[in-house]
Design a protein around this ligand. Structure first.
Ligand SMILES: [Fe+2]
Ligand SMILES: [Fe+2]
Length: 178
């Protein structure tokens, strides 16, 4: 699948995940974690693959503006993570994050993705594959041998891409994070 379809599909999945994370009950924790992971892997893949490609295709200002919005969304996400899915202010925090993220996604679709049509069909297809793989290969846990509280901390969205998680693991458990 070529990159614009992959990104739009992921935006739609994110929109659905926001609704599921708002539903009260026992499953909210799992749905919230799923949303966080989805957002983290989606935005990380865009930062590595999509924005640089858009920049090369001439959409420099759009790519830079989207990166700034991703940074802002990350701050909101970090705050929401601290509140937690059963904490006071969760729903209003979730709504604020949802508004930011969906407006950001709409701007990507309007101002950035059309620039990618200037790339060759093969390149767009490769980019789509890379964005999909980033999601599918993202670990459900940062390291199989790290459990409990530390694993939960490592799963925090604010840590960003996997390499930073790996750095933290090797800092805490020398020799294990590689
Ligand atoms: Fe984005
Ligand atoms: Fe996006």
């Amino acid at each position: 699948m070529e990159v614009t379809s992959v990104v739009k599909d992921q935006h739609a999945a994110i929109r659905r995940a926001f609704w599921r994370a708002a539903v009260p009950g026992r499953r909210r924790d799992g749905e919230f974690r799923r949303l966080v992971r989805m957002l983290a892997t989606h935005e990380a893949a865009e930062q590595v693959h999509v924005h640089p490609a858009a920049r090369r295709a001439g959409r420099i200002a759009a790519a830079t503006a989207r990166e700034g919005e991703e940074e802002q969304a990350k701050q909101l996400l970090a705050r929401l993570w601290q509140i937690g899915p059963y904490g006071h202010g969760y729903l209003s925090g979730l709504r604020a994050l949802r508004r930011e993220v969906l407006a950001h996604a709409a701007r990507e679709e309007r101002d950035e993705l059309p620039g990618l049509t200037r790339l060759s069909h093969a390149r767009r297809w490769m980019l789509g594959l890379e964005v999909r793989l980033a999601r599918e290969l993202a670990p459900t846990r940062p390291h199989p041998r790290v459990n409990g509280a530390l694993a939960n901390r490592l799963a925090m969205p604010v840590l960003g891409p996997a390499d930073r998680v790996r750095d933290l693991v090797s800092e805490k458990f020398p020799g294990r994070g590689k």
